[in-house]
Every structure is written in structure tokens, then in C-alpha cells.
Design a binder for this molecule. Structure first.
Ligand code: FES
Length: 84
């Protein structure tokens, strides 16, 4: 089974769309981009992917990346968890 991760599922923004916002707006930090592109404000599982996107330019990922801050994360709103 191959995974394909290409978006912030909570905001339904693709990484390609987010990359376009970064290019158009000129923002360079993750925090600036999160506000400019309006993504990543719920479960935060997309954060390590967008950070890698900023480093490499990749917008589609086939491996799971878990940020240290997401280990043990529990969402108080189960409906917001991707895949549920
Ligand atoms: S997947 Fe981006 S905030 Fe949940």
C-alpha cells in the first residue's frame, strides 16, 4: 500500500496551493506561510510536510512524517481528525 499525502486535510489546501501562496506572497517562514495560506490550524499533522516542502520544493509525499510535537497528540474534537 502506498500513501499519497498532498494536502492539509483539515483546511483542504493542497501543498501545491500552499507552495503557490509562498511563491506569490514571498513569505519564507513556516509561521508566515501558515497565516498567509490559512492552513494547519487544527490537528497540525500537515506541519512537517509543509516544512519539508519549504526545504525541498516537494508537494507530494509517499512517506509518513511525524513531527516531535505531534507525538502523543490528542484532538479534543474527534471529527477534525483526518481519516475519520
Ligand atoms: S492536516 Fe493540516 S491542520 Fe490538520
Amino acid at each position: 500500500m502506498t500513501v499519497r499525502i498532498d494536502r492539509c486535510t483539515c483546511s483542504d489546501r493542497t501543498f501545491a496551493d500552499i507552495a503557490a501562496v509562498a511563491k506569490e506572497s514571498g513569505v519564507v517562514t513556516f509561521e508566515e506561510l501558515r497565516d498567509a495560506a490559512d492552513f494547519g490550524k487544527r490537528c497540525r499533522l500537515c506541519h512537517p510536510y509543509v516544512k519539508r516542502m519549504l526545504e525541498t520544493g516537494e508537494t507530494v509525499f509517499t512517506e509518513l512524517i511525524v513531527a516531535p510535537e505531534n507525538v502523543g497528540y490528542e484532538d479534543s474534537d474527534p471529527d477534525s481528525t483526518p481519516g475519520r
